[in-house]
Ligand binder design. Structure first.
Ligand SMILES: *[C@@H]1O[C@H](CO)[C@@H](O)[C@H](O)[C@H]1NC(C)=O
Ligand SMILES: *[C@@H]1O[C@H](CO)[C@@H](O)[C@H](O)[C@H]1NC(C)=O
Ligand SMILES: *[C@@H]1O[C@H](CO)[C@@H](O)[C@H](O)[C@H]1NC(C)=O
Ligand SMILES: *[C@@H]1O[C@H](CO)[C@@H](O)[C@H](O)[C@H]1NC(C)=O
Ligand SMILES: *[C@@H]1O[C@H](CO)[C@@H](O)[C@H](O)[C@H]1NC(C)=O
Ligand SMILES: *[C@@H]1O[C@H](CO)[C@@H](O)[C@H](O)[C@H]1NC(C)=O
Length: 234
């Protein structure tokens, strides 16, 4: 198999709409791995796909806008890879490399952040005070429609339980903050997601991972007074 055929095969997988041309008839059909039907579950950060018989999967790659390529090796016959939590609002691309006699064939999945640019909540930040309270605030996206409504979900890293903000702070009806008076169940690092709705347009989500440990408020220190605030920014 020459490099030309390999290249064409590669392109076809990335663009299934491409018509079959003469060259492809060289490719043995038994080697052909049709769409793996890749799926990504944000809550578990698990990338999975349909297992195909007699196929080995060499590598999973998450291509992250800021962090670059994060590689995982699926175990022998596993048809999934677990990634650790990362912000996804910049959009990420997943690649699974399938082995074949032609060498690794990549198949990809784009996990997008659909909606208008600038519609997502911005300037998200949280702070803990009086040990057990936490306030988070954000602002309406600069391009968000008037009727936008935002919702905050917090997911801990241990139980992976997702809970919605129990008490929103509103500005002219729009949720622009959240007050929590019970931080039990949260872990040192937690995943924060602000998504939104509007009748006019799709609203992009904002997500971030914030560490409660870093700000130290969960642990009373000898010098700490009752009221102390620290700010963590997304
Ligand atoms: C990967 O994630 C799935 C779904 O959360 C879980 O059932 C499985 O145990 C995880 N596997 C590993 C190796 O962590
Ligand atoms: C898979 O491989 C095994 C052993 O090499 C072979 O017996 C079987 O026929 C293959 N199955 C398919 C669907 O190619
Ligand atoms: C990929 O598949 C080829 C042919 O089936 C095999 O010779 C090679 O060892 C495989 N490579 C890996 C890394 O599994
Ligand atoms: C968001 O933060 C930026 C930089 O600190 C600031 O310039 C901007 O005015 C803030 N936007 C809103 C809506 O608060
Ligand atoms: C946190 O938010 C609540 C609810 O809006 C508010 O009553 C409280 O004053 C805020 N606390 C601080 C320290 O800003
Ligand atoms: C926002 O995210 C939550 C948690 O995953 C989900 O249940 C909800 O349907 C989402 N809402 C929108 C408008 O996407």
């Amino acid at each position: 198999m020459g490099p030309l055929a390999t290249t064409i095969l590669f392109c076809m997988l990335l663009d299934p709409a491409l018509p079959l041309t003469q060259e492809h008839q060289d490719v043995p059909t038994t080697e052909w791995v049709p769409s793996l039907n890749m799926k990504f579950d944000r809550r578990t950060m698990e990338l999975s796909w349909d297992c195909k018989e007699n196929t080995t999967y060499l590598e999973c790659v998450m291509i992250h806008k800021e962090k670059g390529e994060i590689r995982k090796k699926p175990k022998n016959k596993d048809c999934h890879c677990n990634f650790s939590h990362d912000s996804l609002h910049g959009g990420v691309t997943f690649v699974v490399k399938v082995n074949s006699t032609q060498g690794p064939i990549p198949e990809k999945l784009v996990y997008a952040n659909p909606g208008g640019e600038g519609t997502a909540a911005q300037n998200f930040s949280c702070f803990i005070y009086n040990v057990n309270f936490m306030n988070c605030t954000w602002a309406k996206g600069r391009a968000a429609p008037d009727d936008v409504q935002y919702f905050l979900y917090i997911q801990d890293f241990k139980e992976k339980r997702e809970r919605e903000c129990p008490h929103y702070v509103t500005d002219s009806g729009t949720h622009v903050g959240c007050h929590l008076h019970d931080l039990s169940g949260l872990t040192f690092r937690n995943y924060f997601l602000v998504n939104g709705t509007s009748r006019e347009t799709a609203v992009q989500f904002f997500d971030t991972i914030l560490s409660l440990k870093k700000i130290g408020c969960l642990h009373q220190r000898p010098y700490s007074r009752g009221f102390r605030t620290s700010r963590i920014n997304g």
